[in-house]
Structure formats: C-alpha cells, structure tokens
Design a protein around this ligand. Structure first.
Ligand code: GLY
Length: 362
C-alpha cells in the first residue's frame, strides 16, 4: 500500500485545506488518514453494491464498533427521506459532535452522506472515500452536498468540506463498465472548460483499455482542475460556474430519465447535456464547427451517449426552468468559447435553445 500523490484543496477565504490522497490500494489508510481513534463514534455510509464488493474489507480495517449504514444504490434514492434515515441511524447509535462519518461510495453517497453529516447536530466531521471515477474526479471534491428534491437535482443541500478525500484506483476495479465510462464525462468536462492540453491527451486515449498509470495520471490532472477552480470560488459566485457546463440540459434529462424505465447515470446525462450546450455555443457563434466536431468525436470515442429520445422534447424546457442555477427565471448558461475555455452567465434566445435541444433528439 502506498499513497502515490497528495494534492490539496485550499480555499483561503474559507480557511479550508482538504488533503486529497490519490493512489492504488490505499483505502485501508483511511484509519490513519482520518485519525479514527480521535472520534467518539465512526459511521460508514455505503450503498448495497459497495457493501457487497468492499464491505468485508472495510470492516476488517475499521474498529469493531464502527457503525455501517447501508442504503439502496442509485441516484433515485438520493432523497430527503434517505437523508432522514441516515440522520435517524446516527441518532439511534448515539453519534455526537465528536463523531465521524465516512462516505464510502459514488457521487450519490458522497452527496447524501455529506449532507447528513453537515446537518447532523449542525455539522459533524466527514471523510469522502469515493468508489467511482465520477466521484473521484468531481463529486467528492469541492464541498457540494445535497439531495434531489421534488424532481429537481441537488435542490436541497449545503456547502461543507470533508476532512480528507481518499481516491483509491483499486476501488474502480469492481465498477461495472457502464459506471466506469460514465465517469469520463466529468473528466471530459474538466478538459473542455479549463484545460485544452488534457482534452488533447484524452482525444489520444482509448478509454476502455487505459492502463492503471495513465488512469492515475488523468485522475490527478482532473482532480487538479477541480481543486484549482474551487479554490478560487468555493461558493460558486463566479468562476466555479464553469463546472456546470453540460449540466443545465444534463440535469433536466437526468431527472426526467428517473421517471422512465431507463434511468441515465449522471455522467451519461451530462454527456448528452454537453453535446446540446456545445451545440448552443456553436449556434451563438462562440465555437467553430471544427471544435464542435472534436467534442462530438471525443464523446463518441468514450462511448458515451449523445442523443435522447424525442419523447423528452416537451419536458426538457420546463424542467430547466426549475434549475437552481437560474436567476429571476432566466436560464444562465455556461457555454464554451473554444476548447479549454468557458464563459458563464450567458443568456440565450429561446429559438437557439430549442434548436440545440432539437439536435440531441432522436
Ligand atoms: N460538480 C460541479 C461542482 O462541483 O461545482
């Protein structure tokens, strides 16, 4: 076991400094990294899939009296009711302000557990140990916590940073192929909004057959972009909004898909959202046809979806109007101004928005 790299998310304005450990087979180090013996109680929040693959391993690592909270898998279970159940379990087991919660899972677990920890007794310590590529590169970093509410994505939540983040590439080995690929959507997003060089590196990759070292390198770069953006604007007053590229249409599609028999994974919805929002960037003259084609090509190469059924057509706009990123009922877009550069707070005419949505319908 060895920790390959340690980077840090530092937000001077909020006096936040979160160590992020990236390596292979380092999950057992959670015991020392989180200094678990310093806490009155330790809870581990997992979904059923993580419990199946890693439950025994984590039980061996942690103290016998750690409490294991196991919830159903899937974003559709990231609800206020689920958060209530986590809070009730913490209370039942006598967790106090000196207790710790370890969020051991994908983005759903990090969001749900972070929200529960940040509200229980007005906030207890938590550590994120993400088990998906998507969570390792994005969801676990940056202090956004929350649950979906009344059909809207992440509508209720808080900003709260974990004490530490442990990104172990070994944990990705049990991920289903579909989940693994979905994670690349956020890696591609980071490249598109902030790092042309990473975009070109990714464009050269064969996403399915990436060797471990290459994956670790890409993971580090992607985490680095996230840290850099969040360190400058932790509370999303400006720059951090660039990380929402693809998420206005993507979140609408994701939530709508939860009412169908084929719910999309977050990364899949964001992938379609990025195509639509790149199209909007093209239609408003911000990017060239060549750049748009490169974006379509990389999404195709990563085997991520780029289209959605026409049955979504009349629902997407209404869903977007409830997005929490809007201001005074006006959708504020994050658009691309070339590869590796994004602009925020863009307003767009309905005609162009509809054309961009038409583009992704099949
Ligand atoms: N996932 C986007 C953000 O953390 O701001």
């Amino acid at each position: 076991m060895s920790i390959k790299e340690q980077i840090r998310l530092t937000v001077n304005a909020d006096k936040v400094s979160v160590p992020i450990y990236v390596g292979n087979d380092i999950y057992a180090d959670v015991k020392t990294i989180a200094s678990i013996n310093d806490y009155s109680k330790v809870g581990v929040l997992m979904d059923k899939n993580v419990a199946y693959h890693w439950g025994e391993s984590i039980r061996k690592v942690l103290r016998k009296n750690a409490i294991y909270i196991i919830v159903p898998a899937g974003e559709e279970n990231k609800t206020l009711a689920a958060a209530g159940n986590v809070l009730a379990t913490l209370l039942k087991h006598g967790f106090d302000r000196k207790s710790l919660l370890i969020n051991f899972g994908g983005g759903m677990i990090c969001d749900l557990g972070g929200f529960a920890a940040s509200t229980y007794m007005r906030g207890i310590a938590f550590v994120n140990m993400p088990t998906t590529l998507l969570a390792q590169t994005d969801a676990a970093i940056g202090g956004k916590t929350g649950v979906d509410f009344n059909g809207f994505k992440n509508m209720v939540g808080s900003f709260a940073h974990p004490k530490a983040i442990i990104c172990d590439s070994l944990l990705l080995s049990t991920l289903p192929e579909r989940e693994f690929r979905s994670g690349f959507a956020e890696v591609i997003k980071h490249a598109l909004v902030a790092d042309k060089k990473l975009f070109h590196t990714l464009a050269e990759e064969s996403f399915g057959a990436m060797d471990e070292d290459k994956l670790a390198e890409i993971l580090l770069q992607s985490c680095g972009i996230k840290c850099n953006v969040v360190s400058k604007d932790a509370n999303e007053k400006g720059l951090r909004k660039i990380l929402n590229f693809g998420h206005t249409i993507g979140h609408a599609i994701e939530m709508l898909s939860h009412d169908t028999r084929n719910p999309l994974l977050h990364g899949e919805a964001i992938s379609i959202g990025m195509i639509a929002e790149a199209r909007l960037s093209l239609l408003s003259g911000l990017i060239s046809k060549e750049d748009f084609k490169k974006i379509e090509d990389i999404i195709e190469k990563a085997e991520l979806p780029s289209r959605i059924s026409k049955s979504y057509k009349n629902k997407i706009y209404a869903k977007m109007m409830g997005d929490k990123k809007n201001e005074r009922n006006i959708i504020k877009w994050v658009l691309l101004k070339g590869i590796g550069k994004a602009v925020i707070d863009e307003e767009q005419p309905g005609k162009l928005i509809n054309k961009a949505i038409e583009y992704i319908l099949i």
